[in-house]
Design a protein around this ligand. Structure first.
Ligand code: FAD
Ligand code: NAD
Length: 478
């Protein structure tokens, strides 16, 4: 039987949150768009990452807030079965029909199967029913995400380690858990399993947690994890792992940790290893590097775009979706029927809808640890590295009336990174209970490059944690 061939104006490979957004924006121009997915529409975030992990963290966070507020019921404990049931709901029971309904409703063609490039603008789609040839008339947007890295530690791969997927879809909570890696997944999952009653050991090869954040953030999280009963081992490098009927055994220098499961949380790699990118002159396993229009400059013809984790440019859903909106708009303008849009895109500069300028140094991140850690833009160290004459403005959040309302024992800290020469904020970090929702004000200030002297007139309500902005102004000399 002859191989079937189908042509679309635009093909998006990978229907995670990022691919969905790129397809939607590109399709709004009237271009025909196909979205290819070999697993669940909605990707990692919906079923194995952001959403289930936050559902698992929520009961412990609510209880911690109750325990900190005199008058609330401090006797309550996490109901693990109910927490897992709620997680199942949040992950839509790993059924993507809701998301498929949305794809249909916006006129995108969903193709189920695994896509591999066979050449420029050409893909082979492998399905249960055989192989199909796909041609993109104008553009391909790659949104294939990332996969966890399992380090080459002796015996680790054979010991059937958990990755984040096993942790977020857990059905039976292990009595003893070793977590390898002190990054975002490591601290969030150590918190969950400590809440659920596991005996957790967090193995960190460096000397701090959350190395991308301000050092005081990692210190606060390490202290809190210790209070929760987690053993945090710094400067610890696993050299061998075995599994037998008694569980897993992790060699760390001259000591051995014994546990029921080991969770590998040592970072992620772009998913380009089974994508046929070698037919385009790219290296499998490497990120697809892109410019501010999300186009892959190293591939001739201007038809290849990459967004989300696979680009190596973003590592969160929100920032990936931002890039997806830009990429979709660029594709729609360059290849769609609207001449005015084509002209506008050609003449576009930074901070236009056609350039992902915020990726440079205005990226927000929230870690849903306890305490929460939220930051945007530069840390003090990264600002100095970038050559900015930075002045830090720290503030102890416990001094705020809003903090004392939350708890008499509220502990938290915030810090601005100020570009003194320009009088604008280039970074902000918040650490403490309930700081996640405070981040967006800082993101607006950083992206808007609003002078601190003008922010002085943005009056925060009393008594809220946002009064930190008033204190920042005073501390900066206003
Ligand atoms: C435990 C955990 C918690 C996280 N929590 C948060 C959080 O709270 N907030 C946040 O912003 N970020 C969070 N992240 C990061 C976030 O999950 C990712 O940044 C986001 O999922 C990336 O989206 P994506 O669409 O690029 O990739 P993915 O979601 O991985 O989607 C890629 C899709 O492409 C499909 N695919 C891959 N290759 C092919 C192919 N060849 N053919 C067909 N289909 C293919 C895959 O099946 C997948 O559905 C978390 C990550 C982890 C691991
Ligand atoms: N709330 C959120 O937004 C959220 C939550 C979870 C994950 N994510 C994203 O998912 C991505 C993956 O998270 P992650 O925690 O796996 O990566 P990460 O890069 O945040 O942390 C990985 C940690 O593992 C350590 N490590 C690396 N190799 C090691 C080895 N061989 N032995 C011991 N330690 C080793 C690193 O030093 C680092 O501390 C991140 O980019 C993160 O932004 C985001």
């Amino acid at each position: 039987m002859a191989e079937q061939e189908t042509t679309f104006d635009v093909i998006v490979v990978g229907a995670g949150a990022v691919g969905e957004n790129a397809a939607d924006r590109a399709g709004r121009s009237g271009l025909s768009v196909a979205l290819v997915e070999h697993a669940l529409v909605g990707g990692e975030c919906s079923y194995w990452a952001c959403m289930p992990s936050k559902a698992l963290l929520r009961p412990g966070a609510v209880l911690a807030a109750a325990h900190a507020a005199p008058g609330a019921d401090a006797a309550a404990a996490v109901d693990v079965a109910a927490a897992l049931a709620r997680r199942d709901e949040v992950a839509a029971h790993w059924d993507d029909s809701g998301q498929v309904g949305w794809v249909d409703s916006v006129g995108i063609t969903l193709l189920r199967g695994h896509a591999r490039f066979t050449g420029p603008r050409e893909l082979a789609l492998s399905t249960d029913g055989g192989e199909q040839r796909l041609i993109a008339r104008h553009a391909v947007i790659v949104a294939t995400g990332s996969a966890p890295v399992v380090p080459g530690i002796e015996g680790l791969a054979e010991a059937r380690p958990w990755t984040s997927r096993d942790a977020t879809s857990v059905q039976h909570v292990p009595a003893r858990l070793v977590v390898l890696g002190g990054g975002v997944v490591g601290v969030e999952m150590a918190t969950v399993f400590a809440d659920f009653g596991s005996d957790v050991t967090l193995v960190v090869r460096g000397d701090r947690l959350l190395a991308a954040a301000e050092p005081f953030a990692g210190e606060a999280v390490a202290d809190a994890l210790a209070d929760l009963g987690v053993t945090v081992l710094f400067g610890a490098q696993a050299s061998a792992v075995t599994r037998d009927d008694d569980g897993v055994h992790v060699t760390l220098g001259d000591r051995t940790l014994h546990a029921d499961e080991i969770l590998v949380a040592t970072g992620r790699r772009p998913r380009t290893d089974d994508l046929g990118v070698e037919t385009l002159g790219l290296t499998p396993g490497r990120a697809i590097e892109v410019d501010d229009t999300l186009a892959a400059a190293s591939v001739d013809g201007g038809w290849l775009f990459a967004v989300g984790d696979v680009s190596g440019r973003t590592a969160t859903t929100h920032q990936g979706k931002y890039d997806a909106r830009v990429a979709g708009d660029v594709v729609a303008a360059r290849f769609g029927p609207d001449d005015a849009a084509r002209e506008a895109e050609r003449d576009a500069g930074p901070w236009s809808r056609y350039r992902a300028t915020a990726d440079e140094d205005s990226v927000p991140q929230v870690v849903f640890s306890r305490p929460e850690v939220a930051w945007v833009g530069h840390t003090e160290a990264s600002a100095r590295e970038a050559g900015i004459d930075v002045r830090v403005v720290p503030y102890d959040l416990a001094n705020l009336a809003g903090a004392s309302v939350l708890s008499p024992d509220y502990t938290g800290k915030a810090q601005l990174a100020l570009d003194d020469a320009r009088g604008v904020i280039v970074g902000a970090t918040f650490v403490g209970p309930d700081v996640a929702e405070m981040l967006h004000a800082a993101t607006v200030a950083v992206v808007g490059q609003v002078p601190l002297a003008r922010l002085w007139h943005a009056v925060p309500a009393y008594p809220t944690l946002s009064e930190v902005w008033l204190r920042f102004g005073e501390a900066a000399g206003l």
